[in-house]
Ligand binder design. Structure first.
Ligand SMILES: [Zn+2]
Ligand SMILES: [Zn+2]
Length: 231
């Protein structure tokens, strides 16, 4: 399988350290076939400064011309409420080649069952309303929420993902989602993305273990989102 890393933060995220050009260099050295730079949306405390969004897009666009591997302009957007809203206005969203939608906090719920339900509802609303490319670190909020959902709910969710052609991210940093869920994605025709969730140059491209594991699970090249970008 051709390794790729579609979840990388640059120093445009307040918790990121590498310059975009440094990320591309590192990815080339680590043998990545393609990458997406996906900085945090502005709602998160460590998100991009809203006034820097244009500079971010401009810098990545210029870098695309120099990069020897395909570089996708991405964002890791936040699903901010129960209506599935995300923290980038529609006109800007249309410029993003790989928008990941993630949930980083759920203020109103507390018991794990409740958290899992609210997570599911928000993710569903977002996917129904917005053309996002992937769900970032799916069902992970300090712990996996999957054990608190019924098989029926999970299957229904994956049917929606397949229908909307949204991919499920396999996240190297949080080691999520678990193998059974990955197998179910493939069975349901949901494509997979892979991301290191790097916040430093050294972490870029730390996805080789994930690809080995996916291979062992029987995941094929055609089950991966990269195929759509390499044609
Ligand atoms: Zn995240
Ligand atoms: Zn991230």
């Amino acid at each position: 399988m051709k390794p790729f890393d579609f979840h990388i933060h640059s120093h445009y995220s307040a918790d990121g350290h590498a310059a975009p050009a440094q990320i591309v260099e590192e990815a080339e050295v680590k043998g990545m076939y393609a990458i997406a730079i996906t900085d945090h949306g502005p709602e998160l405390s460590v998100g991009i400064n809203p006034y820097s969004i244009n500079a971010y897009l401009e810098e990545l666009k210029n870098l695309q011309k120099e990069s020897s591997i395909p570089l996708l302009i991405g964002f890791e957007l936040n699903i901010v409420d129960r209506y599935g809203n995300i923290d980038l206005p529609e006109p800007l969203l249309s410029k993003i080649e790989f928008p990941i939608a993630s949930i980083h906090y759920l203020r109103e719920a507390s018991a794990p069952q409740q958290l899992a339900r609210s997570y599911l509802e928000r993710a569903k609303m977002c996917i129904e309303r917005f053309p996002v490319a992937a769900l970032g670190h799916p069902f992970f909020l300090h712990r996996s929420l999957l054990p608190f959902l019924s098989r029926e709910d999970i299957e229904e969710f994956l049917d929606l993902m397949a229908d909307k052609r949204v991919t499920i991210e396999v996240n190297a940093k949080y080691n999520t989602p678990p193998p059974d869920f990955i197998k179910l994605c493939i069975h349901k025709g949901v494509k997979l993305s892979v991301g290191s969730d790097a916040h430093t140059a050294a972490e870029v491209g730390k996805v080789h273990d994930i690809f080995r594991r996916l291979s062992k699970l029987g995941v094929k090249e055609e089950d991966l989102v990269i195929n759509e970008f390499m044609k």
